[in-house]
Design a protein around this ligand. Structure first.
Ligand SMILES: [Zn+2]
Length: 214
């Protein structure tokens, strides 16, 4: 009877020990996870923020220019992917500027379409020379006088003016770069983040000449 009693105590102790061991393992697992999370967050905050690089092999013919007069690279804000109404994501860059600021062709190309829509307001779709990229300019206040669909435009050529037409609340240029579909349709393309191409944009030496000619 006494031996049985000891045995019970022995097994009860084993069980309790097991439970305690499991509890200990569980606690250390949580501690390790929390530590790993804290360390990775700290490391991520120290490392420079990596802007997702866009790959445009053969899509962009050459360097682009920032399509709004007086805006420098340092003023550009990466607004790609920002949340918009109805669960949409922002698929371009918003370049803030005063109402009526000249909007210029980011690259040489063809005016594919003057389009007016509820969201974009007064817009322009431009094809680059090769027809591989589409440049979309939205919320414009007006088109440049005399410009029409099918016109060939030079890089830096005046094409429109900044506005707040469509669903814009403050004057700005909403600018998109789309990889054109094979069918060369202005309304169909895959949007790419224009932030880096514009950030790396350099004013071409001939821009002054183009500007002076207008
Ligand atoms: Zn926008």
């Amino acid at each position: 009877m006494v031996r049985r009693g000891w045995r019970l105590v022995y097994f009860a102790g084993l069980r309790l020990g097991g439970v305690r061991l499991l509890g200990l393992l569980h606690k250390s697992f949580i501690a390790v996870s929390v530590a790993a999370f804290l360390i990775s967050t700290a490391v991520a905050s120290v490392l420079p923020r990596r802007v997702p690089e866009i790959r445009l092999p053969g899509v962009l013919p050459r360097e682009l220019i920032i399509p709004v007069d007086g805006v420098t690279e340092s003023q550009l804000v990466d607004t790609w992917g920002a949340a918009r109404s109805h669960g949409r994501k922002h698929e371009g860059i918003d370049i803030m500027a005063r109402l009526g600021t000249p909007v210029r062709a980011t690259a040489e190309g063809t005016i594919a379409k003057f389009f007016k829509s509820k969201r974009g307001g007064i817009t322009i779709y431009e094809f680059d020379e090769a027809g591989r990229a589409i440049f979309y300019y939205a919320h414009l206040s007006a088109y440049a006088a005399g410009l029409k669909e099918g016109d060939h435009v030079l890089q830096g050529q005046l094409i429109a003016y900044v506005g707040s037409t469509g669903n814009a609340t403050t004057p700005h240029l909403h600018f998109e770069i789309l990889r054109a579909s094979a069918a060369h349709q202005w309304w169909r393309g895959k949007a790419l983040n224009p932030y880096l191409p514009l950030k790396n944009a350099h004013l071409p030496p001939d821009l002054a000449a183009v500007t002076a000619a207008q």
